[in-house]
Design a protein around this ligand. Structure first.
Ligand code: CAA
Length: 379
């Protein structure tokens, strides 16, 4: 593995650091408290090319690589995990499948506006009865001439309230199990496509999490991504990339917890000395830092494999599994180091813990990641 960053990768990282520090860190607490989608700063990320990092410039993206993407995402998520997931879903779960599986005309129509950050995308796989068991799709796609008619409910859709375009998975024949699933690009405003409900969440409160319904929603056959029946593979291949993004988000959250705890432990005086003078605190910081570096290396490894066009299913799951559990452990230690103040909403330690938890759940729970890793080991 060669992790010497190229000039472009270093520039991406530095630009992300700058925008995070100047524009995002100052509003992170307000975004969390209000639960409001941070439209202006997301638009700024779009202008910097961060909403379509690995999309070629001819389709509105920055034309960079996955390593650039994870470096930027770590910095943005360190400042605010809500911005991190909004960016991650737009890049990994919307832009990537359109780029990879879309025809030329579909890329012009459905990719360019979203990769440029002018419009927003979301990914509609989860349903009330299809979470970890994603193949159990109940949303149906009935073919009628040159059209498909979609009916069903999608759950927990990140960016669902703001998205102008959605990748929607639906089955043409439930008896075919995963081989009946198709992927469609659906525009907001298509009759029958409704935002039915917005969830209230524990963390990443600045991003929306919506229930979307499709009620006799007619979509042209031109909106089908890939072939009929290829939808499940499109979903899982997309998640191979998405999980790298969530790993980077988790590394960013863990780093925020470590840096806040380190700074606090140097200024908090108890028993006549900074609490950082105690080995109990030092060992917690040392464990956090070591695990964060290991999580970042796993994440970069998966990103590098992806950039080299190699299969990265196992490595993405390893990175996501490990980084999300590191984020949880680091943020819990952070609350402990802050002591009573860590439990108070006036200090950021609790936010990192609330934000970290979802990284162990979305884009495949830790249990699903272990299934994917074990299956790769045993095949
Ligand atoms: N890429 C491409 N194809 C793949 C694949 C991959 N990574 N993994 C499996 N496949 C193929 C298999 O080869 C198989 O194809 P054949 O039938 O031709 O042999 C087919 O897909 C079915 O594979 P499995 O039998 O392994 O599938 P399964 O039904 O047992 O499911 C699973 C496997 C790993 C549990 C999968 O369902 C899964 O990942 N579940 C979790 C879903 C998930 O992550 N949801 C997240 C929703 S999005 C989200 O969270 C967004 C957000 O808010 C941020």
């Amino acid at each position: 593995m060669d992790f010497e960053l190229t000039e472009e990768q270093r520039l991406f990282q530095e630009t992300a650091q700058q925008v995070a520090e100047k524009e995002i860190t100052p509003i992170a607490e307000r975004v969390d408290e209000s639960g409001q989608f941070p439209r202006e700063t997301i638009a700024q990320l779009g202008e910097l090319g961060f909403m379509g990092v690995a999309v070629p410039q001819e389709y509105g993206g920055a034309g960079a690589d996955t390593v650039c993407y994870v470096l930027a995402l770590e910095e943005i998520s360190r400042a605010c995990a809500s911005h991190g997931v909004i960016m991650s879903v737009n890049n990994s779960l919307y832009c990537e499948p359109v780029l990879r599986f879309g025809m030329e005309e579909q890329k012009r129509r459905f990719l360019a506006p979203v990769a440029s950050g002018k419009s927003m995308g979301c990914f509609c796989l989860s349903e009330p009865g299809a979470g970890s068991d994603a193949a159990n799709q109940q949303t149906t796609a009935r073919r009628e001439g040159d059209w498909y008619v979609l009916n069903g409910t999608k759950n927990f859709i990140t960016n669902g309230n703001e998205a102008d375009y959605a990748i929607v998975f639906a089955t043409v024949n439930k008896a075919l199990k995963h081989k009946g699933i198709c992927a469609f690009a659906v525009e907001r405003g298509t009759p029958g496509f409704t935002v039915a409900h917005l969830e209230k969440k524990l963390g990443i409160r600045g991003s929306s999490c919506a229930q979307l319904t499709f009620d006799n929603c007619r979509v042209s056959a031109e909106n089908l991504l890939g072939k009929e029946g290829e939808g499940f593979k499109i979903a899982l291949a997309t998640l191979d990339g998405g999980r790298i993004g969530i790993a980077a988000q988790a590394v960013g959250i863990a780093r925020a917890a470590l840096e806040a705890s380190r700074d606090y432990s140097k200024q908090r005086i108890q028993f006549g000395k900074p609490i950082a003078a105690n080995q109990a605190i030092q060992f917690m910081l040392a464990d956090m830092a070591t695990e964060i570096d290991a999580a970042r290396l796993l994440t970069l490894n998966a990103a590098l494999l992806k950039d080299r066009g190699l299969r990265h299913t196992k490595e993405s799951s390893m990175a996501k599994l490990y980084a999300s559990e590191v984020a949880m452990r680091a943020s819990i230690k952070g609350v402990q180091i802050f002591g009573g103040y860590g439990y108070m909403m006036d200090y950021p330690a609790q936010r990192f813990m609330r934000d970290a938890k979802i990284t162990e759940i979305y884009e495949g729970t830790s249990e699903v990641q272990r299934m994917v890793i074990a299956s790769a080991l045993l095949s």
